[in-house]
Design a protein around this ligand. Structure first.
Ligand SMILES: Nc1ncnc2c1ncn2[C@@H]1O[C@H](COP(=O)(O)OP(=O)(O)O)[C@@H](O)[C@H]1O
Ligand SMILES: [Mg+2]
Length: 243
């Protein structure tokens, strides 16, 4: 479960709020798609949920744990796939996954079997003994997806995870998101691409200029609005990019 109450963030030297009074609750067992144009505040929100940035005001809880009060306990629940896939280039794939797994206290046998399973799913098995510096962008992206799952996170947060992913891996990732949600975990991912969100999510939030402008189930959006999500999104964000 992810709860944000009146969360705001302004970057130093900026005149405007990157995230403006955001209140949002995402339940266990749910895949939530956070949709918005470039610069809307998606990554800033995600960095606050994962504890990388501290909100200026407001509260964030993960499964009932307040991040500000119990940062380590809250962060241990999270698996995070960042949008830049900047991972330790000087390690081998296996070393990186072992490092992450050990940091999260995953028992070695379980770590081995999870790495085996997830690496196979993304066609990474043969590359694991190689240095990460030799990986393509897509392989780094897949490694960072696997790394985010080895400790079986209760809250899985992914920033633009499907951007640039090959079709097979995108399919596997969507299946994994559903599997995580079906196991009672919470999945939160951002995208600026409607098609992706439309296909995978249970509920959608649209953010523009740091403000949440719509939240609803995909079903309600389809049934009530009589317009496609695409036209709704375009209407709401009709001024295009927020900068
Ligand atoms: N490190 C930063 N310093 C200053 N401004 C930033 C920084 N990161 C993002 N911003 C600004 O905050 C706003 C929201 O950005 P971001 O959260 O990255 O949006 P999104 O992920 O939706 O594209 C934008 O106006 C962006 O330029
Ligand atoms: Mg972003």
């Amino acid at each position: 479960m992810i709860k944000l109450y009146n969360v705001s963030k302004t970057y130093a030297k900026s005149m405007t709020k990157a995230v403006d009074d955001l209140t949002l609750e995402i339940n266990k067992g749910e895949i939530f798609g956070f949709l918005g144009p470039n610069g809307a505040g998606k990554s800033t929100t995600i960095k606050m949920i994962t504890g990388i940035l501290t909100p200026d005001s407001g509260t964030i809880e993960l499964n009932g744990i307040n991040i500000a009060d119990n940062p380590v306990a809250a962060k241990s629940l999270v698996g995070f796939v960042p949008d830049n896939h900047e991972i330790y280039e000087t390690l081998k794939g296996t070393e990186y996954l072992n490092f992450i797994g050990t940091m999260y206290g995953v028992p070695p046998a379980e770590l081995r079997s999870r790495v085996e399973e997830y690496a196979a799913l993304f066609g990474l098995t043969d590359a694991l003994p190689d240095m990460i510096s030799s990986y393509s962008h897509g392989m780094k992206q897949k490694l960072s997806i696997v790394a985010a799952l080895v400790h079986e996170p209760k809250v899985w947060v992914l920033d633009e995870p499907l951007t640039g992913l090959d079709p097979q891996s995108a399919f596997q990732l969507k299946q994994l998101m559903r599997k995580q949600a079906d196991q009672g975990n919470t999945v939160f991912f951002s995208s600026h691409v409607i098609d992706v969100v439309e296909k995978v999510c249970d509920r959608i939030g649209i953010i523009n200029h740091g403000k949440l402008v719509a939240v609803d189930t995909l079903e309600n959006i389809r049934n009530n609005d009589k317009v496609s999500l695409e036209s709704l999104f375009l209407t709401i964000t009709s001024d295009g990019e927020s900068k």
